[in-house]
Design a protein around this ligand. Structure first.
Ligand SMILES: NC(=O)c1ccc[n+]([C@@H]2O[C@H](COP(=O)([O-])OP(=O)(O)OC[C@H]3O[C@@H](n4cnc5c(N)ncnc54)[C@H](OP(=O)(O)O)[C@@H]3O)[C@@H](O)[C@H]2O)c1
Length: 238
């Protein structure tokens, strides 16, 4: 498998939680990590310090800011080998009550931003002969959740985007997706606890387990593309 030593990898939403876990794992592999954040500046600084990485701030709702983000990565780090589209939002609403604003709040980050980050990332990767893109989708993009129709559709969109862009960007750039199941944090709600109880592995997952799957795709050859790997303790099989 290719070595990530010295390779530039941008992780969006890398200040906390799963994104931080991915950033730290990449640093262990010797990658030069670009730590992206929006509001969690103190956490992002801590993550960047721990990974010896560089900090980048951008609101991914804006394609102008996405374009600036990738230009800054090129200018400060000299190019891009890997892109991990991790940043996302999560809300729950009765679909009969959801507003246009609620819909756009989710889709602007979870799907539109992922597309434009893939576009900008691929343009940069092409300059140095290729690269690797990994999109974080979700169990919610595979299984329907009634109060999360807007979120589920955004993540199902990420899965199809992954497949379509894998064809578009082949053979030099691969595009794959990791779909986490429940990766619990202290704010977990009753619905999340119930999902953990229903998980065949009988536990929630960890950021490190998601990071391992991301790492696999970043290091795999270009013969692995357009794929979806669920890291969900078997929950998608129920
Ligand atoms: N946790 C789970 O159980 C679970 C389950 C299934 C799928 N996933 C997926 O795995 C990924 C990581 O999950 P997570 O729970 O760690 O995510 P999270 O904490 O909900 O969000 C990750 C980061 O996304 C960033 N973000 C949100 N809106 C943004 C915007 N407009 N511009 C720039 N950044 C923005 C935030 O950065 P700042 O804090 O810096 O603002 C946030 O810290 C997500 O794609 C999520 O959908 C998670």
């Amino acid at each position: 498998m290719p070595d990530l030593t010295g390779q530039v990898v941008l992780v969006t939403g890398a200040a906390r939680r799963i994104g931080r876990g991915i950033a730290l794992r990449l640093a262990q592999e010797g990658a030069r990590v670009a730590v992206h954040y929006l509001d969690s500046e103190a956490d992002a600084r801590r993550t960047a310090e721990e990974c010896g990485g560089e900090l980048f701030r951008a609101n991914l709702e804006s394609v102008t800011e996405i374009t600036r983000l990738f230009a800054a990565v090129e200018q400060r780090l000299g190019g891009l080998y890997g892109l991990v589209n991790n940043a996302a939002r999560f809300t729950g609403f009765d679909p009969l009550e959801i507003t246009e604003k609620d819909w756009d709040f989710i889709h602007s980050v979870n799907l539109k931003a992922v597309f434009f980050c893939c576009q900008q990332g691929a343009r940069l990767m092409q300059k140095s002969g290729g690269g690797r893109i990994v999109n974080l989708s979700s169990l919610g993009g595979i299984r329907p959740w009634a109060r999360h129709a807007h979120y589920c559709s955004s993540k199902a969109g990420v899965i199809m985007l992954t497949r379509a862009l894998a064809k578009a960007f082949a053979p030099d750039i691969t595009v794959n997706s990791v779909a986490p199941g429940v990766i619990p944090f202290p704010d977990i709600d009753d619905a999340g606890q119930k999902m953990i109880a229903a998980t065949p592995a009988r536990r929630g997952g960890t950021p490190a387990e998601v990071a391992d799957a991301v790492l696999y795709f970043l290091k795999a050859s270009n013969f692995v593309t357009g794929q979806l790997l669920a890291v969900d303790g078997g929950l998608s099989q129920r």
